[in-house]
Structure formats: C-alpha cells, structure tokens
Write a protein that binds this ligand. Sequence first.
Ligand SMILES: [Zn+2]
Length: 338
Amino acid sequence: MTESTERYARLARLPGVGERGVERLSRARIVLVGCGTLGGAYAQHLVRMGVGTLVLVDRDVVEEANLGTQLLFDEDDVREMRPKAVAAARHLEMINSRVRLEARVADLSAGNAREILGGAHLVLDAADNFEVRFLLNDTALALGLPWIYTAVTGWAGLVMPVVPGRTACLRCLIPEPPEPGSLPTCETAGVWAPAAAAVASAGLTATLRLLLGEAAQPELHELDFQAGTWRKIAVNRRADCPACAGDLPFLEGRRGSQAVRLCGRDMVHLAPESPVRLDLPALADKLREAGTVRLTEYLLHFAAPAGEMYLFPDGRALLKGVTDPGRARALYHRFLSG
Ligand SMILES: [Zn+2]
C-alpha cells in the first residue's frame, strides 16, 4: 500500500467510491467561492480528501468577529490582517501539502467570473450574499459548469446541486434576487456554526457524486437544526426561467451593485466601477498625514477619526464601522483624494 492509498483508504473503502473515486478527486479542480463559516468546512474536508486543486476565492480580511464561527482562522491571522483566501491557504497547506491551493484575494464580479471559474470541474458556493450567487449561476450556465448552491442562516441551511441543462438552476428556484432586508441573514438571525458543517457535508456528498459521474438529483435539501429536520424538496426546471434560456444579466454586468454591506458586521465592501491598480506604498505615504497606516504584502489598513478601511491593490475597499453604502462611498473618495 503506497502512502497515498493509505492516506485515502477510508474514503476508497466506501461503497461506490473505491480507488477510482480517490483518483477522480485527485484530478479535480474545484473553485470555492467564500472562505468564511461554510467555506471553512468545505475546504477542510476537500483538502483532507486529497482534491487535486482548490481555488480559494474571498474578498475579505480575517477579523476577530470571524473566529467564533470560521474554522480556518486564528488570532495570528487577525493580528497580521491576512486576507481570508491567503490565511485559508496557509492553514490548508499544512493539512495536505499535495493539494494545489490557489488563493484569490478578489471579489467575484462580472469582470472576472469567467476567468476565475473557467477550467474548474465544479464550483462550491460558500458566499454570503445573493448577488454573488446570481452571478455564479449565470457564469456556471454560460460555462456549462456544475455548482452547488449552499447557504446557512440561523439554525438552518440549504443545499442544491445545479447541473446546467440537466437540473433546475438557482433562478428556476428563486427567479429574482431577494430585496435586501427581506430575508433573514446571519446579521439578523445569527448562525449556528455547526450547521455549516452539516450543510457542507450535504454539499460535499453531492460534489463527490457528480465527480463520480452520477446524475445530480434535482432537489433542494433543507436542514433545520432547530426543528431537527432534513427535508428534500423536488425542484423542477422552469420553462420560463430566463437564465436557463440564456439570458445572463449578472454575468454581462447589467445587474448587480458596486457596494455591498457585509453579512454580520458593520462593514461595507466597495469595488471600483472600472479596473484600477493602486500604488499602495505611495498611498500609504499620503495617508500617514491623516491617520494611522499599516501596509502589508496584501493590503493597506488606514484608521482615522472619520473611519477605518482596508484597501486592496485592485482598488477594492472594506469600510469598517459603516452600514450605509452611500456613506461608505463618500468616505472612500474622501480618504483616497485625502
Ligand atoms: Zn433556470
């Protein structure tokens, strides 16, 4: 028995998996969108199971508020202000050095979705907002890429595999993104973090089945830990679904906003309207006159009486202590023109 077969023996022994399943996994390229509570559970298992390549996509920075629910991070990541994708890769490479890990400190947007998701065998949704999920749905349909819709809020979670052309897509299930504030979020309802592990388990089972070449079951799994129930709800493709018919406004950049309030925190994410490249060291010199500046390999952190922000080389910013996107945008422009 080689070291590799020994390492994955318990997976290989499962009925229906075998050496072939381990081999399929070892050749798979999987993109994980979001490295938070759900993403941490997904990533840990995939890396331990020996997935070939795992692309970690996240736009956020590790903060103390994340440590209560997010398995991949520790206090050192908070002190070092590491982007979540980078911190996740650092922890995961110590678990399994054979897995190829690609950290993408980025906001999945209409401008980069094809490039980031292209070439993947499957995409896992561990995002914290609907805007990204609708973009993911459009991109997956355009590329013919299977993806697993996953969400967790409060005590409950949802999982639905989407196989373009075969099963219902996200817009067959939810035709339009919900109005902000119309649904409970982890901000209003909290999150029972262990539910994320269970939801990720259901998502990983669907992932393995798809990689083994099995047909996806067109159903939504609803796990509710308060009620103690796991329901499976059949979801049919809708004849009038615009996305299934090829209308992909989220990928084409006709839908979606530039400012998003982040789930669970007083923080707003801003992305520039057109691509920019910021000279962070030069900006740091300029901002030092107005407040406290810290420059790392990945970002610039700036704190002043008016507010606090993380700034990335691609022009994105995370504004802290702000909940109103309009005020966040005003602060961003004030700091950058400062
Ligand atoms: Zn559809």
